[in-house]
Ligand binder design. Sequence first.
Ligand SMILES: C[S@@+](CC[C@H](N)C(=O)[O-])C[C@H]1O[C@@H](n2cnc3c(N)ncnc32)[C@H](O)[C@@H]1O
Length: 187
Amino acid sequence: MPNDVKPRGMLLKPLLTELLALKGHPLEIFEAGCLRDWTEHGAVNDGHSTLYIAQWVAENPGSHRFVSAEIVPTHITTCSDFLKEQGIKPPEFFHGPAEEHLASRREPVDFAFLDTADDPQVTMGQFQALEPLLRFPAITVIDDVYDMIAIYGVDINKGRLAVPYAESKGWGVEKLDRMAVMRKGQT
Ligand SMILES: C[S@@+](CC[C@H](N)C(=O)[O-])C[C@H]1O[C@@H](n2cnc3c(N)ncnc32)[C@H](O)[C@@H]1O
């Protein structure tokens, strides 16, 4: 991995630890949009979320389940190969739109990381598909919400619709780097 890659995904590990301590049972973890080849345009700014979540799963005993949904097959292969090179077991991959996986999913979700298209409507659709599956207390993190003009010159904000919607539904929202960390059911 190049030295200039900022491992933003590392910030997810303490959140998983926080949720595990609160719940006291294995976590159902869901990711939308997996780690891709960092040589692609823009990918050096990615957070390598899949690596750090899978690392957390390996470091924390228990039958945690980690599913990552991704639409580009080569991204799944790259991600899977990269994790194996690092000696880390890859997640269970769903090849297809995250919203499609969520619509047919039976298992609950404790922790979700949403990081797919730049279109806020897509993230909103995923968050709404996630809602009936959530097992509270729950944490949902949306990437690329804050500081995007400074980073890319355009205000991408993947959470433009989902963050205010979540707030209206009683979620607490905290800025962490460029991510929105949303918690519900903690007290
Ligand atoms: C920014 S990258 C993800 C980066 C990764 N989470 C990380 O931290 O390194 C976004 C990914 O989402 C995928 N994607 C876009 N729309 C999607 C959708 N509706 N469902 C699943 N994956 C999607 C893209 O193919 C791409 O691989």
